[in-house]
Design a protein. Structure first.
Length: 464
């Protein structure tokens, strides 16, 4: 599997000190070093026995712990590589000076920084335009932000100059719909998060089986999803049979369903498998892959809207009828979306997706406690919870520093932070927000603690 490639490479290099690869390279250059995990950093070390190595990165922008990023690798680099040169790139050539001051104050609250490296503002970038706005309700926040965006465009701002960031589809989806309804060219980048919905998961798993009946991951998920403990006991018997008979899980399930094979305690699995077969038969009856996409990701289904758009785009690029290409290219489009820097649309995405981007106008919506920062898992140790909070603060730091000042083009660099005072309890729970309190079905929200941590350079919030 893809996730095993690097550990396998590390194991090979570590176990073979005479391997030619360990002395093959004269120079190694690594960008975004803070985003690598331990195994990846270990591979770099094993490949660099005779190489000149240059790493580039910033531990203040390490935001991928869910991918096992290891920021301590860059923090410890100079201690491990004694005599290495340390070349600082502190001048912030992107952001207006006010945003730089806010960013420095924010990240200064992180204490696990062995060498604090504050950004140096560039006076030529100007002060910029910074606003912090509180709305009464999330519905009013959606209306307010969409009015801000449409007003800017009406005033001559190119849609591609506007970047909207939010950690919750509870805000991103209605904002997208509001802007589209107003005729504003808008592109959403939430397809990956759509796969958190059960409906999207089932449809994507069916698509994978439709393309390849031997997809063991998709089959295992589909036959187990409705079962107690995923029908683990029954599936264990299926796997044991496959290992002994040299067959595949799909073929074994076909034999079980037809009665050609009998295994104890697999009745519930067979019932689930019959439902899968019926769903696949319905897909097989469709005339083409466009019909399959329409069936699995129907128009108007909010839970899979972005996946549907990506699937339609993929269909236009592959050979007609190539099922495996559809699955392969769709998976890449979902997990590794291409976000061009020069586009004609307002972009709406998560803060994680914005890494590496910049925009003359950056709006971060939904700046409420529970989204920014998201709470740490209760079972984490105090030290782990502290590390989680610091990464959440780094995420906000990355978000606010996306804004780009281009004074010579009359683009001062605009940063707008918004949040609301309340939202329906059901929506708050769906977004993973634990409200400060509840009043008659409304969740009462608190502004993100990061707003207060922006320091004296930040403007006072205004109520709308």
């Amino acid at each position: 599997m893809i996730g095993e490639v690097i550990p396998q490479l590390y194991s090979y290099l570590h176990s073979n000190p005479a391997a030619a690869e360990r002395s093959e390279f004269a120079h190694i250059l690594v960008d975004e070093y803070q985003d690598l995990n331990r195994a990846e950093q270990g591979v770099i070390a094993l490949l660099s026995g005779t190489a000149e190595v240059c790493i580039v990165g910033d531990d203040d922008q390490s935001i991928y712990s869910f991918k096992h990023a290891h920021p301590d690798g860059i923090r410890e680099w100079l201690n491990i590589n004694v005599g290495a040169d340390d070349l600082g790139l502190e001048d912030c050539r992107r952001c207006p000076t006010r945003v730089v001051q806010m960013a420095n104050n924010l990240i200064g609250h992180n204490i696990l920084r062995p060498v604090p490296r504050p950004l140096v503002p560039m006076p030529a970038n100007g002060v910029g335009d910074v606003r912090i706005i509180q709305y009464q309700t999330i519905a009013q926040e959606v209306v307010g932000v969409s009015a801000l965006v449409s007003g800017m465009i009406a005033g001559g701002t190119p849609a591609g100059d506007i970047l909207v960031l939010t950690q919750s589809r509870a805000f991103g989806t209605p904002l997208y719909e509001a802007l589209v309804a107003q005729g504003v060219p808008t592109k959403s980048y939430y397809a990956e998060s759509e796969l958190s919905h059960m409906l999207a998961k089932r449809s994507f798993a069916l698509l994978k089986l439709f393309a390849n009946r031997q997809d063991r991951v998709a089959l295992r998920w589909l036959v187990g999803i409705n079962g107690n403990n995923w029908h683990a006991a029954g599936y264990r018997r299926v796997r044991e049979h496959c290992e002994n008979a040299g067959t595949t899980p799909w073929d074994a399930m076909v034999q079980l369903e037809s009665g050609a094979l009998s295994l104890p305690h697999t009745g519930a699995l067979v019932l689930s498998f019959r439902e899968i077969q019926q769903a696949l038969a319905a897909l097989e009856a469709l005339p083409d892959l466009s019909g399959v996409v329409d069936q699995l990701f129907p128009q108007g289904q909010n839970e899979t809207r972005d996946i549907r758009e990506l699937a339609i785009a993929v269909l236009a690029e592959i050979e007609d009828g190539d099922r495996e290409a559809l699955v392969r290219e769709l998976a890449i489009a979902i997990s590794q979306p291409e976000i061009p820097t020069e586009i004609q649309d307002v972009r709406i995405m998560s803060l994680h997706k914005s890494k590496g981007l910049s925009s003359p106008i950056t709006i971060i919506a939904g700046c409420v406690q529970g989204l920014l920062p998201r709470p740490a898992d209760a079972d984490l140790s105090p030290a782990e919870q502290a590390r989680h909070l610091e990464e959440q603060r780094r995420l906000f730091y990355v978000g606010i520093t996306r804004v780009k000042a281009v004074p010579q083009d009359q683009k001062p660099g605009t940063l707008i932070l918004t949040y609301s005072q309340r939202m329906p309890v059901a929506e708050a729970r769906h977004a993973g927000i634990a409200p400060a309190q509840q009043v008659y079905g409304d969740a009462i929200l608190h502004a993100s603690q990061f707003i207060q941590e922006l320091g004296p350079a930040a403007p006072a919030p205004v109520a709308v």
